[in-house]
Design a binder for this molecule. Structure first.
Ligand SMILES: O=C(O)CCC(=O)C(=O)O
Ligand SMILES: [Fe+2]
Length: 333
């Protein structure tokens, strides 16, 4: 586990937004602020989840050197390791604990071409990791523990922002044995034709994430786009911040008060990498809105319950462009 962070002492101004309106949440205030500062930070966080489904965190306590080491080890795996060292993780099923994918994918859904390499590994409750490069295991383990701690703090604050006890969402979703995934994406530079006939590949199609929260940082090259008020917007991080993306489980558990953010990845002339840590309920948890948030009793429930393993399988197979697997569990009226 990483040592306590030096980042968390000075409480910065809260209630801040970046240039494009994405809210900035200061962990120093959430963790160490006085009662008034905390209350304000929690309201700010609640609005971010309600209006955007994405925000940035600063003073988050994840050491920069650990972030860099994680990105470097993943980069080595994706870019330098010979294919035979990754072959056992390729062409598996989406629920395999370690998966590596590479190159162009022609989407059967919309005919677009997607251009990215990725590695995904389940790191909690059981830790899985490719055997090479040699330092990946140690680095990924530490990064997983550190980001899991941060995300659980955020979940507690989000729970409070919904007027619930800080531990309520963690309890409802059984987060003690949460499923945590680490993902690294590599988008090779692309400078081909940019016409509108569908031949220009993109990085990753529009989707919402299957889990509860996703923590994302990138290699200094922008490319994450978020849908807000029907418009696609390029998300530009503050230096040293993480993006936090609300996933489908936050929308379900909050009974639709908070929205999962629709997002996609764009590619351009510069090589881009993103590293993500996701937390989700444990596979056997039945996810459903917490009863306290149902409007007018059971009639006001917007999502029916589903075992998380089944949700995840539908999410992986649906790949609906511009839609989400949430429609599978939305109550039709
Ligand atoms: O690379 C990015 O910026 C987005 C990646 C992403 O959304 C994902 O892997 O789910
Ligand atoms: Fe995503």
């Amino acid at each position: 586990m990483a040592p306590p962070s030096p980042h968390r002492s000075p409480a910065q101004a809260n209630g801040a937004c970046s240039e494009d309106g994405i809210r900035v949440v200061d962990m120093a205030v959430l963790v160490n602020g006085d009662a008034d500062q905390r209350a304000q930070a929690i309201r700010h966080l609640g609005r971010a989840c309600q209006e955007w489904g994405i925000f940035m965190v600063i003073n988050h306590g994840v050491p920069e050197a650990l972030q860099a080491a994680t990105m470097d080890a993943c980069k080595e795996l994706l870019l330098s390791l010979p294919t035979e060292d990754k072959a056992e993780y390729m062409d598996g099923s989406p629920m395999d604990p370690v998966r590596v994918g590479t190159g162009f994918v022609n989407s059967a859904v919309d005919g677009a071409r997607y251009w990215r390499d990725y590695v995904k590994m389940f790191v909690h409750p059981d830790f899985h990791c490719p055997s090479k490069p040699a330092n990946l295991r140690e680095v990924a383990k530490e990064y997983a523990a550190c980001t899991r701690g941060l995300m659980l703090e955020l979940v507690a604050a989000i729970s409070e922002s919904l007027g619930l006890d800080g531990g309520r969402i963690a309890q409802a979703l059984n987060l003690e044995s949460c499923l945590q995934t680490l993902v690294a994406n590599h988008y090779p530079p692309y400078s081909g034709p940019d016409d509108d006939d569908g031949s220009t590949p993109i990085g990753l199609p529009a989707h919402s994430d299957y889990g509860l929260l996703t923590l994302l940082f990138q290699n200094g090259v922008d490319g994450l786009q978020v849908q807000h008020d029907g418009q696609w917007l390029l998300a530009k991080p503050l230096p040293g911040s993480f993006f936090v993306i609300a996933g489908d489980q936050l929308e379900i558990v909050s009974n639709g008060r908070y929205k999962a953010a629709l997002h996609r990845a764009w590619i351009g002339g510069e090589r881009r990498m993103s590293v993500l840590a996701l937390i989700a309920p444990c596979l056997d948890t039945v996810v459903e809105p917490v009863p306290e948030l149902a409007r007018e009793g059971p009639e006001g429930v917007e999502f029916r319950g589903i075992r998380f393993r089944d949700y995840m399988e539908s999410h992986q197979s649906s790949r609906l462009v511009g839609k989400t697997a949430l429609d599978i569990v939305r109550v039709q009226r």
